[in-house]
Structures are given as structure tokens and as C-alpha cells.
Ligand binder design. Structure first.
Ligand code: PEP
Ligand code: MN
Length: 466
């Protein structure tokens, strides 16, 4: 991978600069906040956020800084980021099975990417808190009845009736508790036997094994098992290597609701810095990245790594200004710029963005979200995405980085371990429009199923290796 000369890599401790002048955890109140629910009872909101502020953090500063350190490595070209999970998590799926299913497919993809590319893969889930959704319209009308849009379980319920759709501040507290429960399972699974490399075959589910990608995965898993056996035959005590038996999955979500994030923003005396403790990585969505908006203001003051979604309306000047606001100290890996430009457009739109950011001296992780620029409504009426568009955008992403000499640092995917039929395409077991209704279960955007996700990981690994 060729890289242009880059700024020196600082450790996160070196680069924990103070928040911008005038920033406090409440300074976002002086800025307009897009995409906010209209809570019928502001007193209830205050009561809930006061309660939340007394709860323990969900993640700790030390873990957040570990992720920052790993992302600094990715930004410098020494790794790859896999950020993946549901579009909208449901409270009801924060169960052992729900978490295990998502972890399983993320582990599979990560091992395919690592094995195929030889690069370490940093794993970040859209998990344990991805409950809030920005919407293109604040209301939804069905048969002449207009109700508030569903904004995710953290705000209201999806059922189309006035009681469900009314924003309910108590849901913020429920979101906290469901995140906490999901994290508890996640920590147990990643530290216990489930994430052991010796389980690489067990991550492949029966339904996936039948697909072309599933069979290819079995072959890779055989090779990995063989490599482990080879290492022990050579005398390497593989049993004593924690890296082979445990893994780390960091958490992330869109920081859509500043009131929730503020309640979990905590000062760390030891590190003299503020941290958002609802997840390791927080991102700003394409609809809430206004330079003078509340979301940018709040996140500018926390030391977490920050994601920013970069949609097709982002100009190089916009992006440069955002980077200046969120990364004034040019800290490698502070920012994860997640481009979601659309197949057929990203080849033209991406290079000027890469150049603008590089010329301004930032060293972000560049990640490709090939999902959100490629959504459309199928003739059968389902919101969907074509696997071919998704792989095309990934190809354009790698192409633009090769052209500009920057590192194509990661993928940002909406997927599930379940055998759903939400996105079109796939080798052998192709999902066509008429089949979308069979298992269309998403609470928001269409997700790749496990076989489609694996197919995409194999293709990406091939390009990374080339
Ligand atoms: C999302 O990631 O689910 C999302 C809403 O993305 P974006 O902000 O890029 O539209
Ligand atoms: Mn989505």
C-alpha cells in the first residue's frame, strides 16, 4: 500500500487536547439541533436525563483510548476498520441470541478480511446503542392519517398508532438499560470461548454454509485451523496466546440525541478530558453534520474517536471546515470519515474530498459506507439495495484511494446474521424483487444477510490484497 508522507503518529495521550474554547457538555443547547423528537412533556425529559446522568458509564475512557490508538494505526495504513451491524437495533433484539448472531457474522467478516488481506482488522459494531434514526420526513401519512415518523426505539414505537408514535422520554432510560444488557453479553462472548479462533468453523451457520460464499468461508476456515495446528506443531504454545482466544468488539452508534449523549458525557480526572461514555465511537449522521449545529458542537469536546457520514452534497470546503472543527489538532485516527456517495458517483466525488482533507493536514480513517447512497424502492414496494451497487461503490472507493495515494481504511455495513431477504442479489441463492417479502424484517434500512455480507468481504479482501 503506497502512502504519501504522513504526519507523525501521536499516541492518544499525547494528543488529548482540551475541548474547544467555550465548550461545555451543555454548550450544544445554544446551537440548532436537527432531527429532534418533539417531546410532549419537557419535564419528563429533564427528569430522565437527570437520572441517566447518575448511571455508571457504559464504556470506560481507557477502552475508548485503546480504540483511538488502534484507529491511529488504521489511519496510517496499518490496518482496516470493519464497522457493521443493524441500521436500527430494536430493544427486543438485545438478547443473548440477538447479540451472538451479530457478533458471529462480524467475526466471520473480520477473519475473511484479515486472512485475505494480511492486515489487522479493528472491529466496531453498530451495536449496544444504535437505537435512534434520522428521518427524511418528520411525519408519516397512511390512508390520510398523519403521525410522527418512527425515529427508533429510543424515541417512539414503530406501530402506526398515536400512542406508539408519541415520543416518550422514558425510552432514553430503557435504551441505556438495553445497551447495558447487550454490552454485558458482548463482553462475555468476546472474552469467553465463542470468539476463540478455534471456533472459526462454528461461526458459519448452517444456512450460510450452503451459499457460494459460505463454502468459500469453510475452505478459509480449514486453512486457518491448519495454520493453528502448524504453529503448535512448530512449538508455538498457541494456548497461551490470548489474541487467539479472545477478541474485542468496540461499540458505536449515531449520536442523534444530544440530550442522551450529554447525560453520559463524563469528565475523567486522570486524563483531564471529557468522554462520551455511551459507546466507544460516536458518529454524526449525514443529516446532522451542520457546522454550527448541536451535534457537531457536543462531539467537538469529547475525546472519543468520531465518525462523520459524508454524503454526496458534501463539498470539499464543507468537509475541510468540519475536520477543522472536530480535529483542530490533526490527531491521526481522531476522525473516521464515512463516505456514502453512491455507486457511479463516488469515483468523481471522492478524490476532491480526499485531497482537501489531506492538504489540510488531517489523517482520518477513510471508511466506505456503500449502503446509504444506494437505497431505492423496488417495484414491489420495498426499500432495498442491490448487492451489485454496493460492490460497485466499494470498487470505486478503493479506486479513488489508489489514485490519490491514501489508505482505503475500512467498510461500514448494515448487516445481520439472520437469513433475511432485504437486499437484492447474491451468488447462487440470488434474492430477486419477488422474494423481498419472504423475510423483510428490518426496522429501518435493508440489511445484507450473512451470505451476502460474506460475499462482499471476500471481494473486498481480494482488492485489499492486490
Ligand atoms: C445510518 O447509518 O443508518 C444513516 C442514517 O446514515 P446516513 O447518516 O449516512 O444517512
Ligand atoms: Mn441506515
Amino acid at each position: 500500500m503506497t502512502l504519501l508522507p504522513t504526519p507523525p503518529v501521536l499516541t492518544p495521550q499525547d494528543s488529548l487536547a482540551p475541548p474547544p474554547h467555550g465548550w461545555t457538555p451543555t454548550s450544544w443547547h445554544d446551537h440548532p439541533a436537527a432531527q429532534q423528537p418533539d417531546y410532549p412533556d419537557p419535564r419528563a425529559l429533564r427528569r430522565v436525563t437527570e437520572t441517566l446522568a447518575l448511571q455508571p458509564p457504559l464504556v470506560l475512557p481507557g477502552e475508548i483510548l485503546d480504540l483511538r490508538r488502534e484507529l491511529a494505526g488504521v489511519a496510517a495504513g496499518d490496518g482496516f476498520l470493519l464497522q457493521a451491524g443493524d441500521c436500527a437495533e430494536r430493544f427486543a433484539s438485545c438478547t443473548e441470541d440477538g447479540v451472538r448472531g451479530k457478533l458471529r457474522v462480524i467475526l466471520q467478516l473480520a477473519i475473511v478480511l484479515t486472512f485475505g488481506s494480511g492486515l489487522p482488522v479493528v472491529k466496531v459494531g453498530r451495536i449496544a446503542g444504535q437505537f435512534g434514526k434520522p428521518r427524511s420526513s418528520p411525519t408519516e401519512t397512511v390512508d390520510g392519517v398523519e403521525l410522527p415518523a418512527f425515529r427508533g426505539d429510543i424515541v417512539n414505537g414503530p406501530e402506526f398508532d398515536p400512542a406508539s408514535r408519541r415520543p416518550d422520554a422514558d425510552r432514553l432510560l430503557r435504551a441505556y438499560h438495553h445497551s447495558s444488557a447487550a454490552l454485558n453479553v458482548l463482553r462475555a462472548l468476546t472474552l469467553g470461548g465463542f470468539a476463540d479462533l478455534g471456533q472459526v468453523h462454528a461461526w458459519n451457520q448452517e444456512s450460510v454454509r450452503r451459499s457460494a460464499a459460505g463454502r468459500r468461508y469453510e475452505k478459509a476456515a480449514d486453512d486457518i485451523s491448519w495454520a493453528l495446528r502448524f504453529m503448535s506443531a512448530c512449538g508455538v504454545d498457541t494456548g497461551a496466546q490470548p489474541v487467539l482466544h479472545q477478541t474485542r468488539l468496540y461499540t458505536s452508534h449515531e449520536a442523534l440525541l444530544p440530550a442522551y449523549e450529554q447525560a453520559l458525557t463524563r469528565y475523567d480526572e486522570h486524563r483531564r478530558a471529557w468522554f462520551g461514555t455511551s459507546a466507544h465511537l460516536l458518529w454524526i449522521g449525514d443529516r446532522t453534520r451542520q457546522l454550527d449545529g448541536a451535534h457537531v458542537e457536543l462531539l467537538s469536546g469529547v475525546a472519543n474517536p468520531l465518525g462523520v457520514k459524508v454524503g454526496p452534497s458534501t463539498t470539499p470546503e464543507d468537509l475541510r471546515a468540519l475536520c477543522e472543527r472536530l480535529d483542530p489538532h490533526r490527531s491521526p485516527g481522531r476522525l473516521v470519515l464515512i463516505t456514502r456517495l453512491g455507486a457511479g458517483r463516488s469515483g468523481d466525488l471522492l478524490p476532491p474530498l480526499l485531497r482537501a482533507v489531506r492538504e489540510a493536514g488531517h489523517l482520518p480513517v477513510w471508511a466506505c459506507d456503500p449502503m446509504h447512497g444506494n437505497t431505492f424502492v423496488s417495484p414491489a414496494g420495498y426499500k432495498t439495495r442491490r448487492l451489485t451497487d454496493i460492490t460497485t461503490e466499494i470498487g470505486e472507493f478503493f479506486g479513488a484511494h489508489a489514485q490519490e495515494g491514501t489508505h482505503p481504511g475500512g467498510l461500514h455495513l448494515e448487516l445481520t446474521g439472520d437469513d433475511v431477504t432485504e437486499c437484492l442479489g447474491g451468488e447462487l441463492d440470488e434474492i430477486v424483487d419477488a422474494r423481498l417479502g419472504t423475510r423483510y424484517e428490518t426496522a429501518c434500512d435493508p440489511r445484507l444477510n450473512a451470505a451476502q455480507s460474506l460475499e462482499l468481504a471476500f471481494r473486498s479482501a481480494e482488492i485489499l490484497r492486490a
